[in-house]
Design a protein around this ligand. Structure first.
Ligand SMILES: Cc1cn([C@H]2C[C@H](O)[C@@H](COP(=O)(O)OP(=O)(O)O[C@H]3O[C@@H](C)C(=O)[C@@H](O)[C@H]3O)O2)c(=O)[nH]c1=O
Length: 183
């Protein structure tokens, strides 16, 4: 197997570390392999969309989810570094409202698997970051929801001092207590 998979404190959220082959020319690694992903991470996931965003330092995107047509997301960074966060928003889960955060960078080449049922967001720690992710469903703006990044009920410890730059829709995000969540 060319990937190593480690569960986080939220066991459905997984860190994926690819085997990187370095030589005099640079490096090579498989950034996605459907067979290994199915065997080691999630056999039901089928990816239908790839996204790419660029963010400057201090930009915080999230916490996002789609209330219907929920998306699983396989996320990574190809330039710079972010702190990537998943929050369990499944009401029936023993981990409801709990979060995990992982540093993802171009250097560590880690990926995070954020399944359906979790809200997702990240803050950019480097001067800028290029963020790539695959999703298991398409974008449905009518089902998009945002939970505010600094909800004290969730208590995410963002490793960023200062006021992050957030979109207006995210600044107006709901608190978990008022948000539509999964069953
Ligand atoms: C998410 C998305 C946005 N867009 C458009 C809508 C808008 O005009 C522009 C920017 O969209 P947003 O402000 O929603 O982009 P952004 O804040 O980067 O949204 C993303 O945040 C991270 C944390 C996630 O988890 C993603 O699922 C997604 O919600 O791109 C698409 O065309 N397709 C898409 O799949």
């Amino acid at each position: 197997m060319a990937i190593q998979v480690t569960p986080t404190a939220l066991p459905e959220v997984k860190i994926i570390e690819p085997k990187v082959f370095g030589d005099a020319r640079g490096f090579f690694f498989e950034s996605f392999n459907a067979r290994e992903f199915a065997e080691l991470v999630d056999m039901r996931a089928v990816f239908v969309q790839d996204n790419h965003s660029h963010s400057e330092k201090g930009v915080l995107r999230g916490l996002h989810y789609q209330i219907q047509r929920a998306q699983g997301k396989l996320v990574r960074v190809v330039q710079g570094e972010v702190f990537d966060v998943a929050v369990d928003i499944r009401k029936s889960s023993p981990n409801f409202g709990n979060w995990v955060g992982v540093h993802l960078s171009a250097q560590n080449k880690r990926q995070l698997w954020v399944p359906a049922g979790f809200a997702h967001g990240f803050v950019t720690l480097s001067e800028s970051a290029e963020f790539l992710y695959k999703t298991t469903d398409y974008w449905f703006p009518e089902f998009e929801r945002s939970i505010v990044w600094n909800d004290p009920r969730i208590g995410i410890e963002w490793p960023y001092d200062g006021e992050p730059l957030v979109a207006a829709k995210d600044a107006a995000g709901k608190h978990l207590a008022e948000a539509e969540v999964f069953a």
